[in-house]
Design a protein around this ligand. Structure first.
Ligand SMILES: CC(C)(COP(=O)(O)OP(=O)(O)OC[C@H]1O[C@@H](n2cnc3c(N)ncnc32)[C@H](O)[C@@H]1OP(=O)(O)O)[C@@H](O)C(=O)NCCC(=O)NCCS
Length: 174
């Protein structure tokens, strides 16, 4: 998974990346632990990819494979608005389609408070597949550090499941 999209280079994470990945996840999410649909992940141990821009780490995506589905577990851009987030998603979409056999599902969870992420993903072709009302209460049993309030002071309550139809190109205004 190595791509060059304008000046953003994407490469796959290796075991050697784990220390800085853990540090970045702690800085951005308060922990390397991520709960999604009742599963607890130590995200720094997952496969993923890193975006480089001007020799600096510009973004990080981790994912989990389960059967014929890939779930994006974390996505962070450290240089917003340059196309880093879009490039990381595009790299995973391409890898999902190029795999033998190809994956059938690319999906992710975000929470109800993360309006910028909901906007970002839907503008790139992700569709809301379903939502899980009050499921974050269960997630807090696995990860008590999930705050009660998120972006803009919105109570964090629900998991929203988004899916990218893999037969369509990733939409982007870049
Ligand atoms: C959501 C997130 C990953 C987006 O990353 P990003 O690198 O800013 O994403 P992009 O640069 O690809 O796209 C962002 C905007 O910049 C614009 N953009 C992209 N490339 C551009 C370029 N070369 N020049 C100018 N603007 C550009 C895009 O049009 C896009 O705007 P739009 O959403 O109105 O279409 C980032 O905001 C983030 O890390 N958020 C915090 C963590 C989070 O919530 N993650 C998701 C939940 S798991």
């Amino acid at each position: 998974m190595t791509e060059l999209i304008s000046e953003i280079e994407i490469r796959a994470l290796t075991v050697d990346d784990r220390n800085w990945v853990a540090l970045r996840l702690e800085q951005n999410w308060g922990s390397t632990r991520v709960v999604s649909r009742g599963c607890l992940y130590y995200a720094h141990t997952l496969p993923g990819c890193v975006a480089m821009h001007e020799d600096q780490i510009a973004g990080l995506l981790t994912y989990n494979i389960d059967g014929d589905a890939i779930e994006v577990i974390t996505l962070n851009s450290f240089k917003p608005g340059l196309g880093v987030g879009t490039s990381l998603l595009e790299a995973v979409r391409k890898a999902a389609l190029d795999a033998e056999p190809a994956f059938r599902r690319l999906w992710l969870i975000t929470t109800n408070d993360n309006l910028p992420a909901l906007r970002f993903y839907q503008k790139r072709g992700f569709e809301i597949a379903t939502f899980h009302r009050n499921s974050v209460a269960e997630a807090r049993k696995l990860k008590p550090e999930i705050p009660l309030f998120g972006l803009e002071g919105i109570p964090i309550r629900d998991e929203i499941e988004l899916e990218l139809p893999l037969n369509k190109a990733l939409k982007s205004e870049m």
